[in-house]
Design a protein around this ligand. Sequence first.
Ligand code: KG4
Ligand code: ZN
Length: 336
Amino acid sequence: MTDLFPLLAIESSCDETAAAVLSADGVVLGEVVRSQIDDHALFGGVVPELASRCHTEAIDPVVQEACQRAGVTLADIRSIGVTAGPGLVGCLLVGLSYAQGLAAARGLPLVAVNHLEGHLLAPFIGQAEPEFPFLGLVVSGGHTLLVLAKGVGEYEVLGETRDDAAGEAFDKGARVLNLPYPGGIHVDRLAQDGDASAVDLPRGMKHSKDFDFSFSGLKTAVWQRVRAHGVPEGQGMNDLCASLQEAIVDVLVHKTKKASKATGTSRIIVTGGVAANSRLRSAFEEAAASQGWELLRAERKWCTDNAAMIGYVAAQRLKRGERSPLDVDANPGMRF
Ligand code: KG4
Ligand code: ZN
């Protein structure tokens, strides 16, 4: 098994070019995340064609730097893990073809990884094996999922968003409030001095019988408020941000409690970019205390997109004998 490590992992599904080098016991020896946020901020969102070009420029220097930080060279790498989906197809293809080229040239085993599985197992990075079963809430810019995880590759999706993802609700709400892209972190910051009960905003599907979510009504509600009263300033802005954040967090906590009861699972994982949100973190801590949950979260740096989480999944799958064909395709709509 040790002949499979060090493992090189590559992530390029959206607007971060990332590489990481991992050891057999799941420890990250070195990693780099190069964000394209500044390149896209001008346009208020990710521009797919621009993102692909940025990945093409960044991929080789990012891989080289990750190796350097890990104290290895490309010649020392024994296996490769790479994100194959979901994501933007042009972006995925940059990382995937780099990984395929390297694997073919050096005769290395390759594992294609589902980006969402990366987020799901991120709390276990640094640990030789993940702990199952658990209930995972994946909340990112593109996805909102509740997953019952029974083992590596054994995932049952209990519910997902019917429209906007939780991160999208933060970002679209922030955009209406003229905050910079991506807005989640700005809403988080402004909300710290706001009153979360100041503005009554909708809780889409909170009381539906299933485990699905709907967040698109929020951006409309914020937009209608802004149209009627203008973009608030000072305390009014803080209050609206706190209210928007609370509306999102409230539904996420409520549905997770419901899923925990329905499945009898009390090990809970909250992961993905939105898991970095301060209120989400405190609300889940409160829920853990009241529900008797064992709450596991990824370190903040591994909540948002990174290659360490992709490497962790690749390591688990390689250790179980899994290999992907060298001509594996990118899968922009990949599901569990
Ligand atoms: O997981 P991620 O880096 O990329 C995707 O796979 O989508 O998640 C990015 C999302 C964005 O919507 C961003 O606004 C949100 O995570 N986000 C936050 C915070 N930090 C990042 N949302 C709320 N509060 C934060 N502190
Ligand atoms: Zn992600």
